[in-house]
Design a protein around this ligand. Structure first.
Ligand SMILES: Nc1ncnc2c1ncn2[C@@H]1O[C@H](COP(=O)(O)OP(=O)(O)OP(=O)(O)O)[C@@H](O)[C@H]1O
Length: 306
């Protein structure tokens, strides 16, 4: 059994003359949660719809679960749990009927697991879908994607429209899927969500995959803010001139700075005074994302990593 669940090889999709996705190469491994991030119009939905065979690649190729997206899309769609970004349901149908229909379509024995998921998400399965709120329609989409326990889930903005409690529940579902060795491809605008659940992250910009890295690596590469508290006030001049530090602030007996290089020079300077406490703050993915988008090219905080 191959460990690659999604594979893109120089995959491009053009809309007439406009680019949707350009020459993208990427591998997603079995059992990982991959977060796909990018601003509006970057190409996330284009990528997902091409992987599911709703759009034909302009050039290059892609395989999902070992199946070619250009020729095997029916099989791919049967085996993948897909949550689209824009949900369309027959309004008079109830969630219970819809889940029974999907169960027959996908060869799922019964709807017990779908009803169990509905309870977890606090979804009333007996009301017509047309009468449900936006958040509850989202839950119908989520249950539909998860109910067959698919080996691959492709989720486009899974927590869109959900309250914080329900967002937690969806994150738990995603993590449970991974614990069972299943794979999750998660497109999101919500950086904190990707930060929390994803193992690796890919950032797409104007149709181009500009970074792929583990979430831990993204954070490790970012400058960290450090705060040192001394027992006595310390001179500004000593700390302001240390190499590898940015944004140095000395306020009485507290020095705060961003550690852009090594910490050696800073610690040697600090050792001349009585130190009470040192604290470092862990950068989050939001800072990584902003540093990537805001820094001039060639000086980006985070670089492409295979
Ligand atoms: N059917 C289409 N015809 C022409 N251009 C399209 C079509 N669908 C998407 N595009 C263009 O392709 C680019 C990528 O769009 P896509 O919907 O994939 O972005 P996205 O990352 O999913 O954005 P969002 O976060 O806003 O959903 C955009 O410039 C968009 O205008």
């Amino acid at each position: 059994m191959t460990n690659t669940v999604i594979e893109l090889r120089a995959l491009s999709k053009r809309y007439g003359g406009d680019r949707g996705l350009q020459a993208t190469t990427l591998e997603i491994r079995r059992g990982e949660i991959f977060g796909f991030l990018g601003p509006n119009g970057a190409g996330k939905t284009t990528t997902i719809r091409t992987l599911l065979g709703f759009l034909r690649p302009t050039s290059g190729e892609a395989r999902v679960l070992g199946l070619d997206v250009a020729t095997r899309s029916v099989d791919i769609r049967r085996r993948v749990g897909y949550l689209p970004g824009e949900l369309v349901f027959e309004p008079r149908r109830t969630p219970r009927d819809l889940f029974a229909f999907y169960a027959r379509l996908r060869g799922v024995q019964n709807v017990a697991y779908a009803l169990d998921l509905s309870r977890r998400l606090d979804l009333d399965v007996s009301r017509p879908i047309g009468a449900l709120s936006k958040g509850n329609k989202q839950k119908v989409g989520l249950v539909s994607a998860f109910m067959s326990r698919p080996e691959l889930l492709i989720l486009d903005e899974p927590t869109d429209g959900l309250d914080p409690l329900m967002q937690e529940e969806v994150h738990a579902l995603i993590q449970e899927a991974r614990a069972e060795g299943r794979t999750v491809f998660l497109s999101s605008h919500v950086l904190s969500e990707v930060d929390r659940v994803a193992d690796r992250v890919g950032i797409i910009r104007a149709g181009e995959l500009v970074m792929v890295s583990s979430v831990a690596d993204v954070k490790a590469r970012l400058p960290h803010r450090l705060e040192i508290r001394f027992a006595v006030p310390v001179p500004q001049a000593v700390f302001a001139s240390i190499e590898g530090l940015r944004d140095v602030r000395v306020l009485g007996n507290v020095v705060s700075c961003v550690l852009a290089g090594g910490a050696d020079a800073l610690l040697k300077a600090a050792s001349a005074y009585p130190v009470l406490d040192i604290r470092g703050s862990e950068p989050n993915l939001e800072e990584a994302f902003l540093s990537f988008y805001q820094a001039p090219s060639g000086e980006r905080g985070v670089n492409h990593v295979a």
